[in-house]
Design a protein around this ligand. Structure first.
Ligand code: MN
Ligand code: MN
Length: 318
């Protein structure tokens, strides 16, 4: 009689107090690579693309720290992701913190390898620059992808201080390099002061649907996500979640906070509304724990990453 191999499970609070045990995401087993995994948590501790307050390099570690409180079952959606998928934490990518160009290469190669194992990466950032090499790897495997992008900022600037690779430019480069299908990109939560109307209009000119934060105020976003599922349709979609899309009242631990943002509840609605999309990867970026005295930003980030896991293809909800 052959037994079905048991999937890796998070270490439970009845087996080890939540303040003890391994430092992995959700206290999952640590794996050397993505081999034999359906999905993995992976950290990219890079913040040399940051324009204002630095510190997102500490994001992966602190998100893992706050993730100790997460339990394996989603009480709201009835998703039991660890029953459906083999998931582990494969640690951090060894970026070169002194060299952005080298780091981009390192990240892209690492994601080539993860995708080579047919594993869906759930990334703990790191600043938003890391989305560019990740999308390069996605293009190699899937061709141009669609994207659901939550952020206070469009991240489609031409350059910052003359530099083309920064956390404010990844999606401009991604369009130029043909990594994204602009007609299948939606940006949610954009706001704040800008340099000119063109800050957001460039994205619209590429076919992106832009949903500014003020169009989300006082509303459930569940109907918006239903629309988005319809317009994105089948085909690979990448989910990129900048924590600064959320209001600083809920997530102040970030480098470029903007007032008037989304609520934690709207964040859950967005991610839960991604169920049914062909998600091929997701990230949660820009958590800078040093500005997060309560730990709430990292706690929210950890929960959002769990929610992302709960909507991956193959995981059932109620
Ligand atoms: Mn961003
Ligand atoms: Mn941002």
């Amino acid at each position: 009689m052959t037994e079905t191999p048991k999937n890796p499970q998070p270490l439970g609070g009845n087996a080890m107090p939540r303040f003890g045990g391994p430092g992995t995401m959700m206290r999952l087993p640590a794996h050397e690579s993505a081999a034999d995994l359906d999905a993995c948590f992976v950290g990219v501790p890079l913040d040399i693309g940051t324009s204002n307050r630095p510190g997102a390099r500490y994001g992966p570690r602190e998100i893992r720290n706050e993730s100790v409180l997460l339990r394996p079952y989603n009480m709201a959606t009835r998703a039991a992701p660890f029953n459906a998928l083999k998931v582990a934490d494969i640690g951090d990518i060894a970026i070169n913190t002194f060299n952005m160009a080298a780091s981009l290469e390192i990240i892209e190669r690492a994601y080539d390898e993860i995708l080579g194992h047919d594993c869906v990466p759930l990334t703990l950032g790191g600043d938003h620059t890391i989305a560019l090499p990740i999308l390069r790897a996605m293009k190699s495997k899937y061709g141009p992808v669609g994207m659901v992008h939550i952020d206070a900022h469009s991240d489609t600037s031409e350059a910052m201080f003359g530099e083309s690779i920064t956390h404010g430019t990844p999606f401009r480069r991604a369009v130029e390099e043909g990594l994204l299908n602009g007609e299948r990109v939606v940006q949610i939560g954009l706001r704040g002061s800008g340099y000119s109307a063109n800050d957001f209009d460039w994205a619209r000119d590429q076919g992106f649907r832009v949903v500014p934060a003020d169009e989300c105020w006082h509303k459930s976003l569940t109907p918006l996500l239903e629309e988005i599922r319809g317009s994105l349709g089948p085909g690979p979609v990448y989910l990129s979640f900048d924590i600064d899309g959320i209001d600083p009242a809920f997530a102040g631990g970030t480098g470029t906070p903007e007032v008037g943002g989304l609520t934690s509840i709207q964040a859950l609605e967005i991610i839960r509304g991604c169920q049914g999309l062909d998600l091929v990867g997701a990230d949660l970026v820009e958590v800078a724990p040093v500005y997060d005295t309560s730990g709430n930003t990292s706690l929210l980030a950890a929960n959002l990453l769990f929610e992302m896991l709960c909507v991956l293809p193959g995981v059932k909800s109620s």
